[in-house]
Design a protein around this ligand. Structure first.
Ligand SMILES: *Cc1c(COP(=O)(O)O)cnc(C)c1O
Length: 340
């Protein structure tokens, strides 16, 4: 880099780095790991990824600690989840060992893009797998490309850890009951764009989706899970149409460590009238506090933060998870891979 990046002001966008890593599955086996400096892929025009949506991805982050060491958060869980996603849409699963080796390799190769401690920025790691063999009839590909790119991303909360408003809209579902919602499939995101853009145009940061079958229970917030604090308990939806968020899983554990009771269960819309705090949780933000939930169709408004400040439990959980990621707090659960 000729010029040092302005780490604190980076957005959650794409910034080119030095290398990406790739591996092809052909003739029934995964090949050697390739290091690439190209930002493009050469694809067959009949690749299944292009026609039938055989595409899955992951998202995780690397952080630089006070000690200068690089820490990757919950690598093994992402490795497991992309295997589930692959099986879900009939793709060849990437072995967990290969996944881990490639993640570590791509971070190491792009070490100079891991933002410094204290900047609030991190290195976002984006593994993805696509079906690449030519197929016009609808069936799974026989060849796959697994690649990992990285990009430095700025602090999620640039103007401070503040609540935003979200909305409920019954005109849109992003996934079907027993469909692909439990896997990290690109197509789920295509299915969420119309609702997401509509919500943004009305000033909301996200849509809180309801279960697509009965439209009675809370599901998740597009690209993030949802949790609420109700009478001191951490409650989060159990649903077969949401993605098992690794951030949510981690927050549930930290909540238990703090002596907070955790309930993973159906949460009805009516229950929103009885919660004290809520947040969207995922790798990008850790926890994004919710100020108000507006039900567009009924006109009901659930105000959670009258003073524009996040609630105490959400704040404590957010700080705790960030501290583990940065290495400021002891990693008692073995969540962090320190690069050597
Ligand atoms: C990636 C994702 C999340 C968040 O998962 P994390 O592992 O916490 O980053 C939540 N919901 C959906 C639909 C996702 O794709």
């Amino acid at each position: 880099m000729e010029k040092e990046l302005d780490w604190g002001n980076l957005s959650f966008g794409y910034i080119p780095t030095d290398y990406n890593v790739r591996c092809y599955y052909r003739d029934g086996k995964w090949g050697d790991i390739e290091v690439s400096q190209s930002e493009t892929v050469n694809l067959h025009i009949a690749a299944t990824a292009l026609h039938y949506g055989q595409e899955i991805f992951e998202g995780l982050k690397a952080f630089r600690g006070k000690d200068g060491k690089i820490r990757i958060f919950r690598l093994e869980e992402n490795a497991k989840r992309i295997i589930d996603s692959a099986k879900g849409i009939m793709m060849e699963p990437v072995p967990a060992g290969l996944f881990a080796e490639m993640v570590k390799k791509v971070v190491k190769l792009n070490e100079r893009f891991v933002p410094p401690y204290g900047s609030g920025a991190s290195l976002y790691i984006r593994p993805l797998e696509i079906g690449i063999s030519a197929q016009v009839g609808v069936k799974p590909a026989s060849e796959y490309l697994f690649l990992i790119l990285v990009s430095p991303v700025g602090p999620y909360f640039k103007s401070g850890f503040k609540p935003t408003n979200i909305c409920i809209m019954r005109d849109f579902d992003r996934v079907a009951p027993k469909g692909t919602g439990r896997w990290k499939v690109g197509g789920n995101y295509a299915a969420s764009l119309a609702a997401g853009e509509k919500a943004h145009s009305m000033g909301y940061s996200a849509v809180l989706y309801l279960d697509p079958k009965e439209k009675k229970y809370l599901d998740e917030c597009g690209p993030a899970n949802f949790f609420a604090i109700k009478d001191g308990r951490y409650i989060t939806p159990a649903s077969e149409s949401i993605l098992p968020s690794i951030t949510n899983m981690s927050l549930m554990q930290l909540a238990q460590d703090m002596g907070i009771e955790v309930e993973r269960r159906h949460i009805t819309i009516d229950e929103l009238a009885h919660i004290q705090e809520a947040a969207a949780c995922g790798t990008a933000a850790v926890a994004s506090p919710v100020g108000e939930i507006d039900d567009i169709d009924t006109g009901d408004k659930y105000v959670l933060s009258a003073d524009g400040q996040p609630g105490p439990v959400t704040t404590a959980l957010y700080n705790k998870l960030r501290a583990v990621q940065l290495g400021d707090e002891e990693d008692v659960h073995g969540w962090v891979t320190v690069l050597d």
